[in-house]
Design a protein around this ligand. Structure first.
Ligand code: ADP
Ligand code: MG
Length: 186
């Protein structure tokens, strides 16, 4: 079946995380796979960051990053593609949130869209509360980026007192331009 595509491209920001089975390699492979998705072009990716796990489960440190694509995929098709990549990385959804995972791919932003569907909320509902998302996002986002319904990125980041715990990894240098300027190129 053909993957649903739109005529115009939109900038989509993807949050990546892993804390199992060589997390850095999981993220590097996933970024390569994002770049190869149909109707998508990788525009930039952040450094890799080491971050302490959240929540009640004792588990290894996470590696996190953010990538930005231009995409012709619809939001649901893109989310489906992200979940396909998660499955290829051996991600098992056993219902436990906050637990260890080989790969987590979150659709943070899809242009300036705001959506609330059963399996997809845009912008990602937790992103403003997660320094491990905001720090790498700020590295590749244009100055003054607005998170629809949540506020401007700089303000959200300044409000996070856990942001200093997010450590860039020495061999995880970013690629791509300093940040594509328009949020949406529709
Ligand atoms: P989290 O990423 O918050 O740690 P999960 O990866 O387990 O949690 O995702 C839980 C559910 O969140 C998924 O079943 C997915 O359908 C839903 N979801 C809603 N909005 C989004 C989004 N913007 N990006 C990714 N998943 C989302
Ligand atoms: Mg997720």
């Amino acid at each position: 079946m053909a993957v649903p595509e739109r005529r115009c491209t939109v900038l989509a920001y993807i949050g990546l995380g892993s804390n199992l089975d060589d997390p850095r390699a999981q993220l590097c492979r996933a970024i390569h796979e994002l770049a190869g998705l149909p109707g998508c072009t990788l525009r930039a990716r952040s450094s890799l960051y080491a971050t302490a796990p959240l929540g009640p489960v004792a588990q290894p440190e996470f590696v996190n990053a953010v990538a930005v694509l231009t995409t012709k995929l619809t939001p649901l098709a893109l989310l489906g593609a992200l979940q396909g990549i998660e499955r290829d990385h051996g991600r098992v959804r056993d219902g436990a949130r906050w637990g260890p995972r080989t790969l987590d791919l979150d659709l943070l932003l899809y242009g300036d869209w705001q959506l609330q569907l059963p399996g997809l909320t845009l912008p990602h509902p937790e992103m403003a509360r997660r320094a491990f998302v905001l720090v790498p996002l700020a590295e590749i986002a244009p100055a003054g980026l607005l998170i629809p319904g949540q506020g401007d990125l700089a303000g959200l980041l300044a409000a996070r007192d856990d942001r200093d715990g997010i450590r860039p990894l020495p061999d995880g240098a970013p690629t791509g331009a300093a940040g594509p300027s328009p949020l949406s190129s529709r």
